[in-house]
Structures are given as structure tokens and as C-alpha cells.
Design a protein around this ligand. Structure first.
Ligand code: CDP
Length: 806
């Protein structure tokens, strides 16, 4: 080799493949304000729609008079449930097997429910006229407390199903009951509790929160009457599912529906489902023959589309007196609001909640979940979470701390004693999940060493003594959380949405000059997919990442996929991308063999080329092979260099992490300062370490928001009291703590490149870590469970209850 010839390592570095901190290519347009969002779209003749909404949480609708609204100059039409009935669209199916009103039909069931849709020449006229729709209501008693939903005299929420004994997920035991779902072995678990040395039982509540993406939900519907075709631009995390569901609901043939999701300003689960706004915009476009835009405002977003959590989890752990866990029981009441519109894999009414045994070697466990109807907005989405994993992680991580407290053991030491050991992987949990890989003890040890855990505990002890002597009014809390995620929904044997298996896809075309395009079934909402998928291709095919364009979101061009949520992109479409590359590479190898006049088996891969074994000077680069694919293929071979892969994963991936947080709590103001937050994550093979770090910073910030202040709160009359950013806590740079991050790498054995998902890990692990830290500050005073959110007022109240205020 002469001096000028770059080495394999130098060539690999130039590709900017996996492991490279490649800068986000999409940011070039985002930072210059050149993103292309739904609300940027302006079509000729476009109309605007806006909703008249219910001020009541529960009321009979006696009369709707649209005369005044319709008379406003510029108003084109006003749609009510009666209009929608003429096209059989007054109700729509939900992803969870329930039905949901599109516009109020006889009753309203939650505050701000959609009652009428006003369509006008501009959005201000639509908004003003929406206020002029006159609705006569007869208020009904309401219930927003899920624990009272199945009481004998509870208000009937859903008159349409009140006499139904069977729901979408089996028998119903009350008119406000949605489903009961159980997992695990009840008999074995009860037996473990019967003979346990020590047990704990605690009601652990994960309040109703909201993903609150910066961009709200919105769409533009344009129906072409001549062609009978509908084009729908929207903030869709799963564009193909919207197309299929849209076709089933509207009866427009699926090939005549074109769904386009342009740039999206954050999704976090909020943009998975179908909302009344979409249906109304479509109907309005069909009725008027003009494009119709619908854009939610912040209050509408927070109070009507896609809440998350609202799980009331009575959690029990059984253990031996020396601290070995022997059983786990959890009875949960899940508040689904007025309609069961959960965005779950269809067969899983409580999602993947049975990951609740977490990172610990429980020999027996059982969970039972009752879903109930209340006078709250529907939704139940996976807010930066994989279908109820966050709820499960919160329950187990709080419960482990409570048990450690009862056993008088250090929470980290208690976890160490019960973590699944490295040699147990692949590990089958007591609920039957097969955890693919893990090295938990190494992760927790590394985290503890980095923060100086032992020293922190010594400092805390001194602070507690000083507090008792009255020398300080500040308590110190150390939160430990160890989480295991289950992401990459999912294997078709476990997961489908309305019967569609949750595979995903990638289609790659390599052009003659060695650049290419990759189209995906997933849809980025800010995660940096245009950057990272190109890195997978760069490493797999030896072509520079800069030469690969990544495209998603257009159902006419992208292969069918189930979309992006629940950190499924890397585990599923990431795998599809690698597999499609391998098909292309296999063809390229045959072309190389033909050109070099050797057998395929005589070639070996070297970064960006096939070379003859034992004769590395004879090679063909991938760029040369791309050119050859279009003019010099072996006789009988099809020209071209492209492949498509639909990937049905054999298993989920199970990322994990060890988080430690240190807080200082002022008992007189309730204010909590986060002194330190250390997050160690393991997501297997890392594609782009910089993007992973960004994902973790973002997820931790959301976790901080949830744990320290977020709640969608209703008063007893069903009024949403937190429907604006004045009342709903969205952390800014001012409040957000500094994050310290680290990693270990335990590849997934079944994923083609060993990668696991990461996007939601920090939310899943972060929330219990903050909550454990605040709880830990008060634990030495006998407090066991201060519920979230830990805002100043609630923390002050907790201190007050403990008699800390003179
Ligand atoms: O489905 P979603 O994109 O929200 O989640 P993800 O699969 O966890 O990926 C989030 C971002 O992190 C993407 O840009 C991934 O390519 C990147 N990532 C990575 O670089 N390495 C991993 N092992 C996992 C994700």
C-alpha cells in the first residue's frame, strides 16, 4: 500500500457511519426556520375549521342552534352530529375497540368536548362564529374520580354501552367498566405472600399528564371531487395507519387516500391516534369541495387530545427478611376518560404493563387492571413510553424503595440483591417476557461509583442529624432507580393495531453514482431519523452517510409501516434498514465477483468495497458496483440496486439504565433543588452517540416536568384546571437541571445491528428517580409515599403532615 492510500479505519471514519457523532442533517433547515410544518401549508381556496366546545363535563344536549354562527359573513358551513349522521360519521371507532363521538351526539361527556365545527374563509372568523353556536345543555352529575367510577350510584357515563355485558376486551362488571385484564400467576403469587417474612402495600398513583408537544395536532384535508381522492396532510406519528383507518371509516378506497406527514414538532404519543378534528376537516372538505385546515390551540391540545397515565396502582411486594423479593402483586384502576381511545397494541388493553416486575428476579407476580369510564377526555397514549411501561416502572421503583425502607436496607443495596444477574440472560420474566440481554450489576455499580454514592449517604446522614438538632431546614434526598424497558413493538405474535401486525419497513434505492434514497415506514418527529438511518446504511453499504437521503411520512412513496412511537423506530425500522442493505450488498457481491472474475466466496468485505481474499489490491468499491449495477450486471441478473425489507422482529428489545438523583428540599417552602442527576443508559449498539445524548437530555427534562409539577387536574365539577401553560408545568431552560450521562453497551442478540431503542428510556427511568429522591428526603422521618407531582405546594403539605412546621 502506498502512503497516500487511506487505511480501512480512515475510510470508515469518512463514511460517518454507526458510532459517529454526526451532526443532525435536518437541523440545517430547522435552525433557519425552513422546516415545513402542517400550518405552513397554504392551498388555494383553503378554508379553516374551528370547534364549539362544551363548557360542561357532563350534560345532555337539548338543542343546538347554528343560525347565528352560519349568518356571520365568511362562514361557509357549520357541522353538527346531525350533519355527520348523514354520512354515518357521528361516531368513529377507536384503536382500542371502543367507539367515540366525533361531535356531541345527545350528551357531552367531558369538558371541552367537540360540539360543532364551524368552517370559514379565515381562522379568526371560524373562531368567532364558533362562539355564536347556541347550545342548550342540561347539566348532569359528573364523576372524575376513577376510584368512584364503579360505585353503585355512580353517574352513567356511556349510555350507548350501559347495558352491554361484553366489551372489546371481555366481560364488563359495571356500566362504567371498560375491561379487566390480568397477567401472571395469581395462585403462586398469593402463596408467596402467605409465607412472606415481610410485605408492603402502597397505593402508588401516576397522575394524568399530557405529552404537550410544541406543535399541537393539526391537519389539512383536500378532497378532489373529480378524482374522488382525498389528500390529508397532518401531524401523524403513524401516517399509514391513519390512511387505513381513514379508508375504513370514510369508505374512500385506500389507494385514493394520500396521507402526508411533513415535519412534526414533537409527538411523544400525542399524534398517534385519530381525532374529531381530522374527521371534521375531511367531511368539511367533501361538503365544501375546498381544502380545509384545522389547527388545535394549546388549551384544546391539553384538554382534549391524548392524555397519558392516570393509573392508580395498589402495589404489593413480598420479601424474605434478608431482602430477597419473593412476590409482586398490583391491582390497578386505569382512568380511560369518556371513551376508550387508548393508543395501544390492540390486544393489550393495559399495554405492556406486565413489564412491572422490572429489573428484578421475582419468582411470582400477578397484575389485574380495571379500566373505567369517567367524565374526562379520552386518550391514554404512550407519552414517551412504550404502552404503559412508564406506569409499570414507576410502580415497581417506588415500591422497591418502600420495601427497602421497611427492611431498613439501603435502596441501592436492596436493588443489587434482586437485580437479574448477567448469566440469567436471555431471562424469562415471571410474566413470560424474554429479556434479550443485560448487565445490570455493572451498570448500577458504575453509576454508584461515579456519583460517590457512599459519600452521599454519609453526607445525608449528617444532614439528617443537623436537621434533628434544628441546625438546618433543608433535607437531602438521594433517588435511585433501575429500569428495564420493553421497546420495539413489535413481534406480530404479540402486537397488532386493528389486525395489522406491527412490523416496519425500509426501502433503499442506490443510484448509479453511488448515492441513494431510503424511505421508511416510521415517521420522525424530531428524533433525527434523517441523520441516523443514513448512518446505518453508511456502515452496512460503505457509502458516505452524506450521500443518502432519508425520507418518511408520505404514504404514496414510503413502504407500509406502523409509525414512530414507543421507541420502536430503531428496533424495527432500524432493523429493516440493515436487512434491506444486506440484500443490496449480496447483489453487489455477485456483481463484484463477475467483474473481478472470481467466485462470490472468494471475496471479502472491507469497509466500502469487496476485495479478493489474499489479494487486497483487487477490489471493487461500492460506488463502482452501484455504477455497474446499471450497465454491467452478470448475464441473467436484473439491473438496478435496490431492496425493500418488512421486518417483523423476533422479540422486543430491552434497554435498561441506572439513574441516581440528589435533591435538597427546603421544608419551609417545599422547594426542591436538583443538585445532581446522573443517568447511565444501555441501548445496545449506539448509532449516533450525540443524538442519543440529546434524546436522554430531552427525556430527562420531560421526566423532570412530570415528576416535579405536571398534572392534568380536574375539579369536582369536571373543569380542567390545568389547560394552559400558565397552569401546566412545562420546564424551560431556567428550571431544567444539568444532566450527567454515561453508558454501557450490551448489544441485543436478535437485532441485526444489536441496537435497542432509547428515546423513551430517560422518561421511564427519570420519573421514579426524581420521585424516589424527594421521598428519600423524608423517609427518615417515617414518611413512605409522597405522591407526584412534587411541586412546592405538595411538598410543603407533605412536610406539614409530618409536623415539620411549627
Ligand atoms: O422510535 P424513536 O425514534 O422515537 O426512538 P428510538 O428508536 O429510540 O430512536 C431515537 C433516536 O436515537 C433515533 O434518531 C435513533 O436513530 C437514535 N438511536 C441511536 O442512535 N442508537 C440507538 N441504539 C437507539 C437510537
Amino acid at each position: 500500500m502506498n502512503e497516500a492510500t487511506p487505511t480501512s479505519a480512515e475510510r470508515a471514519e469518512k463514511l460517518q457511519g454507526m458510532g459517529c457523532k454526526r451532526k443532525r442533517v435536518e437541523d440545517i433547515r430547522f435552525v433557519q426556520g425552513k422546516g415545513n410544518y402542517v400550518d405552513d401549508l397554504k392551498l388555494p381556496g383553503m378554508l379553516y375549521g374551528d370547534f364549539t366546545r362544551s363548557p360542561h363535563a357532563h350534560a345532555r344536549v337539548k338543542k343546538i342552534d347554528t343560525t347565528k354562527a352560519a349568518a356571520v359573513p365568511g362562514v361557509v358551513a357549520v357541522i353538527t352530529a346531525e350533519t355527520l349522521k348523514t354520512v354515518n360519521l357521528a361516531w368513529m371507532p377507536t384503536l382500542a375497540g371502543d367507539v367515540q363521538m366525533v361531535l356531541a351526539d345527545g350528551k357531552v361527556l367531558f369538558q371541552n368536548q367537540e360540539v360543532a365545527f364551524v368552517i370559514a374563509e379565515d381562522r379568526y372568523t371560524a373562531a368567532d362564529a364558533a362562539d355564536l353556536v347556541e347550545v342548550e345543555y342540561e347539566a348532569l352529575p359528573c364523576n372524575v374520580d376513577p376510584l368512584k367510577a364503579m360505585a353503585a350510584n355512580a353517574p352513567v357515563i356511556r349510555e350507548d354501552v350501559k347495558d352491554k355485558k361484553e366489551g372489546a376486551h371481555g366481560p364488563r362488571k359495571h356500566y362504567n367498566h371498560v375491561f379487566n385484564w390480568q397477567a401472571g400467576d395469581k395462585g403462586k403469587t398469593d402463596a408467596a405472600f402467605a409465607k412472606a417474612d415481610v410485605t408492603i402495600k402502597e397505593m402508588i398513583v401516576y397522575p394524568r399528564v399530557h405529552p404537550c408537544p410544541l406543535e399541537t395536532c393539526q391537519c389539512v384535508a383536500s378532497f378532489d371531487k373529480i378524482k374522488g381522492e382525498l389528500t390529508l396532510w397532518g401531524t401523524f406519528q403513524a401516517p399509514h395507519v391513519i390512511r387505513t383507518v381513514g379508508s375504513l371509516i370514510s369508505k374512500i378506497p385506500e389507494h385514493k387516500i394520500h396521507v402526508i406527514a411533513p415535519d412534526i414538532g414533537g409527538g411523544f404519543g400525542n399524534k398517534v391516534g385519530a381525532y374529531p378534528g381530522y374527521i371534521c376537516a375531511i367531511v368539511a372538505s367533501i361538503v365544501t369541495g375546498r381544502p380545509v385546515k384545522w389547527v388545535e390551540d394549546r388549551i384544546e391540545n391539553l384538554s382534549t387530545t391524548a392524555f397519558a397515565r392516570d393509573f392508580y396502582m395498589e402495589t404489593e411486594i413480598a420479601a424474605t427478611k434478608d431482602g430477597k423479593v419473593t412476590g409482586l402483586r398490583c391491582y390497578t384502576v386505569a382512568d380511560h376518560g369518556a371513551f376508550d381511545a387508548c393508543a395501544n397494541a390492540t390486544k393489550w388493553p393495559a399495554g405492556l404493563f406486565s413489564i412491572i416486575s422490572g429489573s428484578y428476579d421475582f419468582p411470582a407476580a400477578h397484575v389485574s387492571v380495571d379500566g373505567v369510564y369517567t367524565n374526562k377526555a379520552p386518550g391514554g397514549v404512550a407519552y414517551r413510553c412504550s404502552f404503559r411501561v412508564t406506569e409499570a416502572a414507576y410502580a415497581i421503583e417506588r415500591a422497591m424503595d418502600i420495601m427497602a425502607q421497611k427492611l431498613k436496607m439501603d435502596p441501592a443495596e436492596f436493588r443489587m440483591k434482586n437485580l437479574i444477574r448477567r448469566e440469567q440472560f436471555p431471562y424469562t420474566s415471571t410474566f413470560g417476557w424474554v429479556y434479550d440481554s443485560g448487565d445490570y450489576h455493572t451498570a448500577l455499580t458504575k453509576a454508584m461509583e461515579t456519583v460517590g454514592y457512599k459519600k452521599l449517604r454519609e453526607e445525608q446522614k449528617k444532614r439528617q442529624e443537623a436537621f434533628k438538632r434544628g441546625e438546618t431546614r433543608e433535607l437531602m434526598g438521594i433517588g435511585v432507580a433501575f429500569f428495564t424497558e420493553i421497546v420495539g413493538a413489535g413481534p406480530s405474535r404479540n402486537c397488532d393495531i386493528l389486525g395489522i401486525a406491527m412490523f416496519d419497513s425500509a426501502e433503499i434505492r442506490i443510484h448509479p453514482t453511488g448515492s441513494g434514497i431510503c424511505r421508511l415506514g416510521t415517521k420522525s418527529q424530531g428524533q433525527g431519523h434523517e441523520t441516523t438511518y443514513a448512518q446505518i446504511i453508511a456502515t452496512e453499504l460503505g457509502l458516505p452517510a452524506d450521500n443518502i437521503k432519508v425520507e418518511d411520512g408520505n404514504t404514496d412513496t414510503a413502504p407500509y409501516g406502523l409509525g414512530t412511537y414507543g421507541s420502536r423506530s430503531t428496533p424495527v425500522s432500524g432493523a429493516a434498514t440493515a436487512m434491506a442493505c444486506r440484500k443490496i450488498k449480496a447483489k453487489a457481491q455477485m456483481i463484484a465477483a463477475y467483474m473481478l472474475e472470481v467466485h462470490d466466496d472468494d471475496l471479502e468485505w472491507d469497509v466500502d468495497r469487496f476485495r479478493v481474499k489474499g489479494n487486497p489490491e483487487r477490489f471493487k468499491t461500492m460506488t463502482e458496483l452501484a455504477w455497474a449495477a446499471y450497465h454491467e450486471v452478470p448475464p441473467g441478473m436484473e439491473p438496478g440496486l435496490e431492496a425493500i425489507n418488512y421486518y417483523d422482529p423476533p422479540n422486543f428489545t430491552y434497554p435498561f439504565g441506572a439513574y441516581i438523583c440528589v435533591v435538597d428540599v427546603d421544608v419551609d417552602t417545599g422547594s426542591t433543588k436538583v443538585r445532581r442527576f446522573f443517568a447511565l443508559d444501555d441501548c445496545g449498539t449506539r448509532i449516533n452517540p450525540m443524538i442519543i445524548e440529546g434524546q436522554i437530555h430531552g427525556g430527562l427534562t420531560e421526566a423532570f416536568g412530570i415528576a416535579m409539577g405536571q398534572e392534568i387536574h380536574y375539579d369536582d365539577d369536571g373543569n380542567v384546571t390545568t389547560a394552559s401553560l400558565m397552569d401546566y408545568f412545562l420546564p424551560t431552560a431556567v428550571e431544567t437541571p444539568k444532566w450527567e450521562v454515561d453508558f454501557t453497551t450490551t448489544p441485543s442478540p436478535h437485532h441485526p445491528i444489536g441496537a435497542k431503542g432509547v428515546g423513551e428510556s430517560p422518561n421511564v427511568g427519570g420519573v421514579p428517580c426524581f420521585s424516589n429522591a424527594v421521598n428519600d428526603a423524608f423517609a427518615f422521618l417515617g414518611s413512605t409515599n409522597i405522591p407526584m407531582p412534587h411541586d412546592n405546594w405538595r411538598t410543603w403539605m407533605a412536610a406539614d403532615k409530618l409536623g415539620l412546621h411549627p
